[in-house]
Ligand binder design. Structure first.
Ligand SMILES: [Zn+2]
Length: 118
């Protein structure tokens, strides 16, 4: 897999975790869990945010630009491709493109980075 794609996927995962922590921090029904785990979700969210920013800084400039543009419009920067369909927009990915994760590709319809699952 292209190393930058690996970073993008990891970032997506961390961002999902971070969103959940922010939601947990705002939701008082998690009070009991907080006492059990002794970690404040807001602290964990802040630590993850720092890690996310550190990783974003390792993206190549052109990829970082596209990443920011996508995230302005969409919740996720990377979309899986299954059976030739981009799951960011459910449009067909041209089969003329190499279906490989060794290169950074993006969907010409929705702009998402593509991650080929099969
Ligand atoms: Zn798409």
């Amino acid at each position: 897999m292209h190393p930058q794609l690996e970073i993008l996927l990891e970032l997506q995962d961390l961002k999902t975790q971070q969103r959940e922590l922010v939601e947990a921090a705002e939701d008082s029904s998690h009070e009991i869990e907080r006492k059990v785990f002794r970690v404040r979700p807001e602290d964990a969210a802040a630590q993850l945010q720092a890690k996310i920013e550190e990783m974003e800084a390792t993206l190549a400039p052109d990829i970082a630009n596209r990443y920011r543009v996508i995230l302005d419009r969409r919740a996720r920067a990377v979309a899986p491709v299954l059976s030739g369909i981009c799951y960011g927009c459910f449009m067909t990915v041209p089969t003329a493109l190499p279906q490989s994760n060794e290169e950074i590709r993006w969907c010409e319809h929705c702009g998402s980075f593509l991650y080929f699952v099969d």
